[in-house]
Design a binder for this molecule. Structure first.
Ligand code: NDP
Ligand code: HSE
Length: 442
């Protein structure tokens, strides 16, 4: 039986998962592939650790990742060290040396994907990054191949397992934000720098990849409007729940303009109110969901574990198998990495944030004095922002109390102009929580 020889960069959570799946599923993989996947060499910064895996002790270990990306006996490099550098340089060197590359590194693809794809095409090697979006869910394959006959109308995703885990535990168990974040780190869900998770940056990395693949455009990570979950309190979760909603950190991408007239792409990441009845609201814990609407297929949704050793290793090895199946001579027959022929990918503009139209949840902290609500609603009325709901439950003679409002649809620029007038009112504090709402047909 022929084989594909693999070099692995990084023996952390996912690297060990990849080694483990290669042992535990060796026979199944060979039966599906008609070839063997053999781990030849692996690099990690600290080699003294007890990896507790027979396979690791039988491969050539090095603490110099360059040894792996230049090794003569490696056909395919799996990059699992994470981050922008040295991951980018190592991947580029591997490609220069004629090696196929599989990575789970969304930061790398979001920031440097375009140059990596170009070099890979020039060198005739394949690049796989399924595990970079949605953990174990084969959502990129679904979008790139399964839905390829459709013009994509929208993409919504719960794309960060850590944030979904935190929001779920805060809602269900009243758990403390910092404690749950620590638990997510212990479970291997969080990024090396967890601010990437909680500030929405990881979701923005993933959304920028999904959007470019959905709409045939270039990856524009730097232009994604991004807000995280770090300002969400248990009180907000409860207030939202009483209104019939749940907070999810969503990535949202939509095209503006029709068919070949498509001119701009809306891309945003923020904590979002979703109706409790919506399917996406039921996706909890470290699960991710990617909901894609195509013009022929209509709504589709893909749900599964979005983080963690085993699900992510599953996606990494699926990419390795796709490449191994056609290597060495047939990689040109694989679907293009971003789902469109390179020359047909366009430079679509990103919709300015001020033009995004949404319904909003607003939480103001105000002194409980007569006329405060009237003053706020008067400003909203000046900006033609109408209200769906308003509530003030607490009463306090000396401390600020929260007032919660749901608005009807308005443009973000208009809303921000109104908020800046409202926060300059006497008796209204500057700390305003603005959450956006999506109705999912409810
Ligand atoms: P870890 O931090 O657990 O593992 C990374 C490993 O790479 C560590 O052992 C690290 O060593 C090592 N490393 C770092 N730099 C180098 C280097 N220059 N040469 C050799 N080894 C190096 O990360 P994960 O396994 O969690 O994540 C790996 C990748 O997978 C990331 O891109 C991440 O975003 C992605 N991913 C992770 C998921 C998850 O659930 N964890 C899910 C989906 C994708 P040291 O610790 O000493 O720095
Ligand atoms: N830190 C990421 C998450 C890992 O929590 O979703 C999966 O990409």
């Amino acid at each position: 039986m022929s084989e594909i020889r693999v070099g692995l960069l990084g023996l952390g959570t996912i690297g060990i998962g990849v080694a483990r799946i290669l042992i535990e599923q060796q026979e199944l993989i060979s039966r599906r592939l008609g070839k063997q996947v053999r781990l030849v060499t692996a690099a990690d910064r600290i080699l003294g650790r007890d990896f507790d895996l027979d396979l690791i002790s039988s491969v050539r270990l090095t603490d110099d990742a360059n040894d792996v990306v230049t090794a003569d006996d490696v056909d395919l490099v799996i990059e699992l060290i994470g981050g922008y550098e040295p991951a980018r340089s190592l991947v580029m060197t591997a490609i220069e040396h004629g090696k196929h590359v599989v990575t789970a590194n969304k930061a790398l693809i979001a920031k440097h994907g375009e140059e990596i794809f170009l070099l890979a095409a020039e060198k005739g090697v394949a690049i796989g990054f399924e595990a970079a979006v949605g953990g174990g869910i084969p959502c990129l394959k679904a979008l790139r191949e399964g839905l390829s006959a459709n013009a994509i109308e929208s993409v919504y995703g719960i794309l960060n397992g850590t944030c979904n885990f935190i929001l779920t535990k805060m809602e269900n168990e009243g758990a403390d934000y910092a404690d749950v974040l620590r638990e997510a780190q212990e479970l291997g869900y969080a990024e090396a720098d967890p601010t990437f998770d909680v500030e929405g940056i990881d979701t923005a990395h993933k959304l920028s990849i999904l959007a470019a693949m959905a709409f045939g455009s270039r990856i524009r990570f730097d232009e994604v409007f991004t807000e995280g979950i770090s300002r969400i309190s248990a009180a907000d979760i409860e207030a939202v729940s009483e209104l019939g909603y749940r907070i999810k950190l969503l990535g949202i991408a939509k095209p503006h303009g029709d068919g070949s007239d498509m001119k701009r792409i809306e891309m945003r990441v923020h904590p979002t109110l979703v109706p409790l009845s919506a399917q996406i609201a039921q996706v909890s814990d470290s699960y991710n969901a990617v909901q894609i609407c195509g013009d022929f297929v209509e709504q589709t949704i893909y749900i599964g574990r979005g983080a963690g050793e085993r699900p992510t290793a599953s996606a990494v090895i699926a990419d390795v198998m796709d490449i191994a199946r056609v290597a060495p001579d047939g990689v040109a027959h694989l679907a293009p990495p971003m789902g469109f022929v390179e020359s047909e990918r366009s430079e679509l503009e990103t919709l300015p944030v001020a033009d995004i139209e949404c319904e909003y949840y607003l939480r103001f902290m105000v002194q409980d004095k007569p006329g405060v609500i009237a003053a706020i609603t008067s400003v909203l009325s000046d900006h033609r922002i109408s209200l769906e709901a308003l509530s003030q439950k607490e009463r306090h003679a000396t401390q600020a109390v929260p007032i919660v409002m749901l608005t009807h649809e308005t443009a973000e620029g208009n809303l921000q102009a109104a908020i800046s007038r409202i926060t300059s009112l006497t008796n209204v504090e500057e700390d305003v929580l603005i959450l956006r709402k999506e109705n999912f047909g409810a």
